[in-house]
Design a protein around this ligand. Structure first.
Ligand SMILES: [Zn+2]
Ligand SMILES: [Zn+2]
Length: 300
């Protein structure tokens, strides 16, 4: 089954970060400064997601820049005894930390408040695929998290994602900053580093919530995916100049295209063979920066 392709949809691309801390939890910048930095770096929307606290966002949105509510909530235990971190997007009221007893109850509670649950940084949290495959009702997982990458090199949770897809769990993959504005002499700042590009008719709360829950976006911390189209069982991709374009599928399926002769590539085509349970696209530039599409089709 082909999934709805955001590259074929009407609308334009809006850039956003879904995971942001401020001085209202353990971030270094005030909500005002965080909003200003993201706006001046070309972002269109920003969720502020302090730990266990819905930050007051009044006055932070401007013409062409939308700030949305949220919070990050954690609860254990996972299979290995750690905590799940769950980002509650569009959460407008605080949830008391003692109100639920496990991750599924937390997701259910988030949903009951009209918010969406996103499973944060699985690799950093020490979550296994077993932990996530039994959760229902969330919109996806973070497949890249800037602060987890720059702090302890556990920013990528792409194998968790592929395991979930291999198990038939349709899951959207999000790149986020989780910015705390932390940095030092061997650690770059974690702000304005990764994002999603959401295809939307307009920049409104409803449009953002619809795009992120329906998979109408791709993720990046560098490359641009210009287009993805599927015709006659051929997937065609065009990107900014990159070194590698991958078509990722279950197990041994899929194909990788690497630039040869030192020249970058910016397109690739893949013929669907028939054994793919899902296919997603990712590309890497020469600095290792990556863009990730969501799954384009599923055959569960
Ligand atoms: Zn966290
Ligand atoms: Zn966080």
């Amino acid at each position: 089954m082909l999934l709805k392709n955001p590259f074929a949809m009407e609308g334009r691309w809006f850039k956003g970060n879904l995971h942001t801390h401020t001085t209202n939890s353990d971030g270094a910048w005030s909500p005002d400064k965080v909003a200003n930095e993201y706006r001046s770096n070309g972002y269109d929307f920003l969720f502020i997601t302090d730990h266990w606290k819905v930050t007051d966002i009044s006055g932070l949105s401007q013409d062409g820049f939308l700030v949305l509510n949220g919070a990050e909530l954690n609860i254990g235990p996972s299979e290995l005894g750690y905590h799940y971190h769950i980002v509650a997007l569009n959460l407008k009221e605080n949830i008391p930390s003692n109100s639920v007893s496990n991750a599924q109850e937390l997701i259910n509670l988030i949903k009951s408040k009209g918010a969406f649950a996103l499973v944060a940084h699985p690799y950093w949290s020490g979550l296994t695929v077993n932990d996530i495959q039994n959760l229902n009702g969330h919109i996806g997982i973070e497949i890249f998290n800037s602060t987890c990458f720059f702090s302890i090199a556990k920013g990528h949770s792409v194998i968790h994602w592929d395991d979930l897809l291999c198990k038939g769990k349709l899951t959207w993959g999000f790149a986020v900053d989780d910015t705390h504005q932390h940095y030092n002499d061997h650690r770059p700042i974690d702000a304005c580093n990764a994002w999603i590009m959401a295809k939307m008719p307009e920049l409104t709360e409803d449009s953002v919530m619809n795009a992120i829950s329906s998979g109408y976006f791709y993720s990046s911390n560098g490359p641009v995916i210009h287009d993805i189209s599927i015709q006659d069982n051929i997937i065609s991709v065009t990107t900014s100049d990159v070194k590698i374009i991958n078509f990722i599928a279950n197990a041994h399926n899929g194909e990788s295209f690497t630039a040869m002769d030192g020249k970058p590539i910016n397109s690739a085509r893949y013929k669907i063979r028939g054994g793919e349970k899902y296919i997603r696209v990712e590309c890497f530039d020469e600095n290792g920066k990556t863009a990730w599409s969501n799954p384009l089709l599923v055959n569960f």
